[in-house]
Design a protein around this ligand. Sequence first.
Ligand SMILES: *Cc1c(COP(=O)(O)O)cnc(C)c1O
Length: 397
Amino acid sequence: MKLSPRATLIKPSPTLAVTAKAAALKAAGRDIVGFGAGEPDFDTPEHIKQAAVEAIRAGFTKYTPVGGIDDLKDAIIAKLIRDNGLAYGRPEIMVSCGAKHSLYNVAQVLFGDGDEVIVPAPYWVSYPDLVVLAGGTPVILPTEEKDGFKVRPEALRKAVTAKTKALILNSPSNPTGSAYTEAELKALAEVVLATGILVITDDIYEKILYDERKFANIVSVDGRLKDQAIVVNGVSKAYAMTGWRIGYAAGPREVIKAATDLQSQNTSNPTSIAQKASVAALNGDPSVVDAMVVEFQKRRDVIAAGLNAVPGVSCRLPEGAFYVFPNVEGLFGRAWRGKTLGSSTDVTEFLLEEANVAVVPGIAFGDDRFIRLSYATSMKNIEEGLRRFAKAVASLG
Ligand SMILES: *Cc1c(COP(=O)(O)O)cnc(C)c1O
């Protein structure tokens, strides 16, 4: 059957593909240590589950308003004031089936033919595809490890053309784990203001920050940006709620209205029960998140130190999220099964075949010199995975 031209543009998410491949090998009996997962390994906190159970019992199981129930919009509004110092009203909020869905809807109503969207690399795998599917052109802006994988203001200014519509920022970042400081965001905000482009800030890892760092987003550090910014966030990563599918966008009323109208023609409202659970998450005790962050930080320290101990591998200590993004260029040129390792895909294949360790190649995130490991897995798996990693590298020719 002949598919539409749009269908030919779609690539499956490479991170989900690695997770699926590792799961298939495991199911076939191979003892795989997986570092592919992009989700917390903790259980959803009990009071959040309880709110969903109560919603079911109370018969809250029908369609809701397309862009979310008022209770949830109000919980989001309160959160944006409390955590970010940002004041939005209900018509400026859209609740979707995950932050990814909010990003998709926003991209569809903002980007069109000829629009360039600046995507700093390493980037989250979905950004370029979301832009392409909307008819726009992703303009990849490489960043350097020595700059903490952060965009320099001069580099941003140079990347802006007459066709530039927007910049997508993600801090803390998937895949690098790096997080911008207030001062760095202020400097970028000046460029955004001077050039008049839009900015989309994906704050999904806001709560997962280490060493007492304080979260900042570009709109909270420079309020003048509010009319040209969309803030995207959700409950997936902070509350271990990836399967519940609730995310949201806050931004100018006309953008939110158009995106919500689009949502009305595809999914309708996000799940009623999950919305009630998200109200409990956002209004509930914030210390449930702190406990997860303490555990993530211990794992970060172990996995970064373990990788740095492997000759040919160097790993920057991330500020947030639950990924490390080690540089594996030092392994290029080494021989394995008569082949020479020369790319992140080669290293990924070598680790899977030789060490039974599943990682994601950096090429999926726009940089072939790195690989990504998620440490949203037990300390036992991390230690075993590191042991296998080091042993396999030691066996290289
Ligand atoms: C996980 C992730 C998302 C998607 O979150 P959902 O709310 O589960 O759709 C968005 N952005 C980044 C950078 C992510 O890693």
